[in-house]
Design a protein around this ligand. Sequence first.
Ligand code: GLY
Length: 256
Amino acid sequence: MDTSNIALIRRPPRSYRDFYLRHEIEIDLTLADRQHAGYVDALRAAGLDIHAIPPDERFADSVFIEDTAVVWQGRALRTRMAPHREGEQDAVIDHLRQTHEIVTLPPTATLDGGDVLHTEDITYVGRSSRTNGAGAGALRDFLGPAKRRVVEVPVDRCLHLKSAATWLGDETLLVAHELVDVSYFEIERVLFTAEGEEKAPNTLRIGSHLLLLAGNPGSAATLWEFAQYRDLTLHTLAMSEFEKGDGSLTCLSIVM
Ligand code: GLY
């Protein structure tokens, strides 16, 4: 975690608003731009260099760049996403190709980056509406050379595995127990989000910085104590316009 030095990001296209309006969800694009800029500022403050992939109006959800690729030790696995998102990967993979070996999925496999949760020694993969068994298997093959074990976790109460659980570092997982069965995780130290704070599990730890979502006071108290004990800098970010699109903190970058 401490060796990360780059974040890939992609600013929201104008079509992000139009797409959600068709689903009767109103996005305030000015606020979305401001929230996204605040997020990028927090990544910079955490010491990351920002590589921005140009926005693409054809892909309304492309701000959620995490779903397009899984990056590990000089290699990048191109994912296969929901039909309305297929194609978002092209520009990201073109960028990654300059520095990484690119690996592709077999034809029947589906996988979203939001379902991939790395801990110290195990990678958990959500079996969700977005990631199937072949996708989980392809991830296992991809991480095989790095000798990482891949453990599957059923996800049926939220979009992605990382909607329900994220890695806080220091051998600690943050979980919303109402969203995922915690018994799948082979981890001793688990912190739980507060009841009813369904967006709170999605945090992003970068070195000595921890990004968390505003508006979850019960979970924030737990995270504040975790951070204070380890001398972490907390960044509490309001991301309402991305929560409306079922996105959150991890979705908005690929940290590598
Ligand atoms: N709206 C986020 C996604 O569909 O992946």
